[in-house]
Write a protein that binds this ligand. Structure first.
Ligand SMILES: [Fe+2]
Ligand SMILES: [Fe+2]
Length: 399
């Protein structure tokens, strides 16, 4: 039987069905769990939540009861309102996104340190971060992502974790998943590579190909990550994504080389988001490829490696010419994709900054290709474009 009780009446041995109040206000990630740790009981008594629901069929009972109805459904309905906030343009969201990103870097770096020191992860902070990223990507899906392109002096693993978190949230939203699932997907993206923490820097950042022996070590990171997260009792989506994000549809992945029918939808989503961000990201030793070329590359692989339906949803999420893609237009103008247009995936909104007709930089403006007589003729890689046009894209604030 489900019973609502005061937190002050909670005892070890009870099965917590749910805590009353907003989940962000208490430190427990798991919705339901056996209260068998003194530390959890101590945290519960001081967290500010006043009431909770227990399930007496699964754990100890108590005499003082407030109610015996069913616990109310979680706060999905309220949160849906947030999803309906009108989208804002990139420049309006970027300030807020920068704050979230800066805090995110601190939280993720702290989390990685805790893994190295065998300390408990601050999942309460991780959840707040995931929710902030969810809200930012709902307002404008590119602002936060634009800040996660690693540069040589930044921490690849931290940036990749933040980017994969945002991509998983965006894909989950596109696939019309519910609020709780989207939060789990975001947390899964944030933590999917946590098993890489603690590997020597010269292994993770080694330029060029790994030896077989080194590759075998790197391939242990999904299992290492799963062990860390399982010890924190994280939910099944987070554990599944951590363990299976390198599995592939054709059975060529690792660590278990799972067959197609054993791969969950969440693992299939993670494989796509993780691969996309790895392809477009700068690392210590190579520059990432154009986002549009990453989509083309993955299109070639999709039948063997990725779930075609999920991949199509992903392309609908980021576009054929995703944010950050450098393009040349029929008019001779050169620009960077900054938004997707509502009308067509193939006609994004481009910020133009150079004209090959006059061979010099031009006044920067936004061109919605779904509304003008101009079109993309080619996708450009940053290095080659800089050499061809004799410009520095970073100095021009293009990337
Ligand atoms: Fe990984
Ligand atoms: Fe990854």
């Amino acid at each position: 039987m489900k019973k609502k009780i005061n937190v002050s009446d909670a005892r070890l041995g009870m099965y917590i069905d749910s805590l009353c109040g907003h989940w962000i206000d208490h430190p427990f990630w798991r919705k339901s769990f056996m209260l068998d740790q003194q530390k959890d009981l101590d945290d519960l008594q001081v967290c500010g939540t006043k009431e909770l629901w227990i399930d007496t069929d699964l754990g100890a009972d108590v005499e003082c009861t407030i109610a015996t109805d069913q616990p109310p459904a979680p706060e999905v309905a309220n949160q849906k309102k947030v999803e309906l906030e009108p989208p804002v343009i990139l420049s309006d969201e970027i300030k807020r996104a920068r704050k979230i990103h800066t805090q995110g870097q601190l939280d993720v770096t702290d989390m990685f340190k805790r893994v190295c020191n065998n300390d408990e992860l601050r999942l309460d902070r991780a959840l707040i971060l995931v929710d902030e990223i969810r809200k930012s990507t709902a307002r404008n899906q590119n602002a936060f992502l634009s800040l996660t392109r690693p540069k040589n002096d930044q921490d690849y693993l931290c940036m990749h974790s933040l980017a994969t978190c945002a991509l998983m949230i965006m894909l989950g939203r596109k696939m019309k998943m519910d609020f709780e699932t989207i939060i789990s997907l975001g947390l899964a993206g944030l933590l999917h590579d946590i098993g890489n923490v603690g590997f020597p820097d010269d292994l993770i950042n080694k330029p060029g190909k790994l030896t077989q022996e080194e590759y075998d070590i790197v391939k242990t990171h999904p299992v290492r990550g799963w062990e860390i997260l399982n010890a924190h009792h994280l939910d099944n989506i987070v554990l599944d994504v951590c363990l299976h994000h390198h599995e592939r549809m054709d059975g060529t992945g690792y660590p278990e080389s799972l067959p197609l029918d054993s791969l969950s939808l969440f693992a299939r989503m993670a494989a796509i988001c993780d691969t996309y961000d790895s392809l477009i990201s700068d690392s210590y030793y190579r520059r990432g490829i154009s986002p549009a070329n990453a989509i083309r590359q993955m299109t070639k692989w999709q039948e063997g490696q990725f779930d075609m339906t999920v991949f199509q949803a992903f392309v609908r999420t980021v576009g054929f010419y995703p944010f950050g893609t450098l393009v040349k237009l029929k008019s001779g103008r050169v620009g960077v994709v900054e938004e997707q247009s509502k009308k067509s995936l193939a006609s994004p909104i481009v910020r133009v900054f150079f004209s090959t007709r006059v061979d010099e930089p031009i006044f920067q403006e936004w061109v919605d290709l779904s509304k003008v007589q101009d079109a993309i003729v080619s996708v450009e890689e940053a290095d080659e474009l800089e050499e061809e046009l004799r410009i520095d894209l970073r100095i021009m604030s293009v990337i």
